[in-house]
Design a protein around this ligand. Structure first.
Ligand SMILES: [Zn+2]
Length: 201
């Protein structure tokens, strides 16, 4: 079929590559990948990523990381990059899961031969991220600040219901709620104090 409208840069199909990248400063957080034995150790990293993202002005107040469950090895990190990358899907959790799957070379972290993985995130996941968790192959998720804390700052977390969690749990995904919640909420307040933008209110 003939289309008489020529492709233009900036419009699909002129744009056929989407690049997903971490801010350069995250390299300082991934230099040491061992020793994250406890959930608290892992959550402190996620919160530190969230805080640094705010202080550096590279995105929203959310950080996440994927670890090998038993060894505590850090597999990947993510920080909210919605505005930096101009992409509404670039939540910290989605980024961390994407990089973990890239590292594993698989669309699921439950692929044969892979060890169990856990996603640790500084804030309760939004509707999109909870869905991403379901398909990711992680066997456990731990979150810090509750969705109410994100909502208090102005972020809409979307349609997440008790049944949503039950759905995941019924499929063998264990959930740790409110881990180091106070420290995690502190980053949300910091973002608010600094006048950070709310991109999905
Ligand atoms: Zn999200």
């Amino acid at each position: 079929m003939q289309n008489d409208v020529p492709a233009q840069p900036g419009f699909f199909p002129g744009v056929d590559v989407v690049t997903i990248s971490l801010p350069a400063w995250t390299k300082g957080f991934t230099a040491f990948i061992g020793g994250f034995k406890t959930d608290e150790d892992r959550m402190r990293l996620a919160i530190a990523l969230a805080r640094e993202n705010v202080l550096r002005g590279s995105g929203g107040p959310f950080g996440a990381a994927v670890f090998e469950e038993e060894s505590g090895k850090l597999v990947s990190v993510g920080v909210n990059s919605v505005e930096r990358l101009g992409n509404s899907a670039m939540h910290a959790e989605v980024m961390a899961l994407m990089f973990a799957q890239a590292a594993a070379g698989s669309f699921t972290l439950r692929a044969p031969g892979l060890r169990p993985h856990v996603l640790v995130t500084s804030c309760e996941p939004c509707a999109m991220c909870l869905g991403a968790v379901l398909w990711s192959g992680v066997q456990r998720i731990a979150w810090g600040a509750p969705r109410g804390a994100a909502a208090a700052v102005g972020f809409d977390e979307g349609p997440v219901f008790p049944a949503s969690y039950q759905y995941l749990e019924d499929r063998g995904i264990r959930i740790v709620r409110g881990l180091l919640a106070e420290e995690a909420q502190e980053v949300l307040r910091l973002y608010q104090e600094r006048g950070g933008s709310i991109y999905n209110a």
